[in-house]
Design a binder for this molecule. Structure first.
Ligand code: ADE
Ligand code: ZN
Ligand code: ZN
Length: 296
């Protein structure tokens, strides 16, 4: 992967200098993913990303990676709600773009993998034709960065009958919640408290160390993508993990405690890291230096 030339501890030191404000629960996953991604951007890609970021980002992609979840409830962005997930037939444990990528009205391509194809195409076309005002590239960047995160959350590729675990009521220790929320938020929240002194920067530091150390053998396969972007294999991985880890032993009414937390936390942490590495890869591919117009 381009950009691994700095030692991990130098990168970590740089990240630690930029401590964020307190975050509301639920934003952590996207924050971690985008912070990791930003660390692995090439110089060209980082410059292109910074040029597209809105003012509220203050030059940091991770400050706007939750934006798509904030606006999905606004009237003008209600159309974007189905783009955060893709549902599969109950209990099949596989994903197929043609079968599954549609919204509740059957409109094709309106799901998280379709959205990743669409926004990566908009960014690469727009980058090559800066005079084109066809697309809002700032929104395309914020949507793409968010949806690459979402497609890695196993239950964002979940069964249609339970809306990706949203209708499965469970207890997380003593708190009543639903299975989807456990995977969006609770596992990350508990991991932060138990292992990282509630400091999100310590979690990011640990994941980045694992990317260069513990998982380094696997990282090239995470990045393996012969096209501009490869959301379909990521969705297939997610539904497999949903079946193997998220839905297993989490039937309606069950109480999830240490057994579930300890065995699922490594899955969640690896998905966050994979998602960050893959977001960096796709942004690096989109924003590679333009070929010279005058060839000679
Ligand atoms: N709504 C319906 N299905 C969903 C899913 N898999 N994830 C999030 N929200 C959903
Ligand atoms: Zn989302
Ligand atoms: Zn979710």
């Amino acid at each position: 992967m381009g950009g691994f030339e700095l030692k991990w501890f130098v990168r970590v030191a740089v990240v630690l200098m930029m401590v964020p404000e307190i975050l509301g629960w639920g934003k952590e996953g996207h924050y971690v993913i985008c912070k990791i991604a930003q660390e692995y951007l090439t110089e060209d890609a980082l410059a292109a990303v910074k040029a597209l970021l809105p003012g509220q980002a203050e030059g940091d992609l991770s400050n706007v990676c939750f934006w798509a979840d904030e606006v999905r409830h606004h009237y003008h962005y209600r159309w974007s709600a189905p783009l955060h997930y893709v549902d599969t037939p109950d209990f099949l444990c596989n994903y197929k773009y043609c079968r599954d990528c549609h919204d509740g009205h059957g409109h094709m391509d309106r799901c998280v993998t379709g959205a990743i194809y669409n926004y990566s195409m908009q960014l690469s076309q727009g980058y090559y034709d800066l005079n084109s005002e066809k697309y809002n590239l700032t929104e395309a960047l914020m949507f793409l960065s968010h949806f690459v995160g979402d497609v890695h959350q196993p239950l964002h590729v979940g069964f249609i009958g339970d809306l990706g675990g949203n209708t499965i009521v469970v207890r997380w220790y003593r708190r009543k919640t639903n299975l989807h929320h456990v995977w969006d938020t609770m596992i990350i929240e508990s991991a932060l408290k138990t292992y990282y002194k509630s400091d999100i920067m310590l979690m990011i530091q640990a994941l980045m160390k694992n990317i260069t150390d513990g998982w380094s053998d696997e990282v090239p396969s995470w990045e393996d993508c012969p096209k501009l972007v490869c959301p379909d294999p990521y969705a297939s991985e997610s539904i497999h993990l949903a079946c193997k880890f998220a839905y297993r032993n989490a039937t309606p009414g069950s109480t999830l405690t240490d057994d579930y937390f300890l065995s699922r936390r490594p899955v969640v942490e690896k998905r966050l890291a994979q998602s960050g590495v893959r977001l960096a890869e796709v942004l690096n591919r989109i924003f590679t230096k333009k070929p010279s117009v005058v060839a000679q």
